[in-house]
Design a binder for this molecule. Structure first.
Ligand SMILES: [Zn+2]
Length: 109
């Protein structure tokens, strides 16, 4: 993989990290809002009555997980084993690394 190719992948990863940080901020706001005061007369108030919050919490934990992986990729881009298949030890085609910067295996493996 050439230096220019690494830089291209790095830019893609950095862009995705930026987008992820923005959505993590938004989702954190959405999920950290104080619970709406339950209506004491509403016997049916349950956690399920606010499904939107669960969806946001799920999206938030997925976004955080993805962010962690991308940060690992960012640290690995300059290492010589980045872009090398962990199974057959052959270089992974640049097109694949560009499409899937987190890939650690070639298409065959
Ligand atoms: Zn392979």
């Amino acid at each position: 993989m050439t230096q220019a190719e690494r830089e291209e992948i790095r830019k893609r990863v950095e862009n995705e990290i930026k987008t992820l940080r923005e959505s993590i901020d938004t989702l954190t706001d959405l999920t950290s809002d104080d619970e709406v005061e339950p209506d004491v007369n509403d016997w049916f108030t349950t956690k399920e009555s606010n499904p939107g919050k669960d969806i946001n919490e799920l999206a938030l934990s997925k976004a955080k997980q993805r962010l962690r992986i991308l940060n690992v990729v960012l640290n690995r881009i300059d290492s010589k084993d980045y872009g090398i298949c962990t199974v057959c030890k052959k270089p992974i085609p640049f097109e694949r690394m560009k499409a899937v910067p987190t890939a650690t295996r070639c298409i065959k493996c």
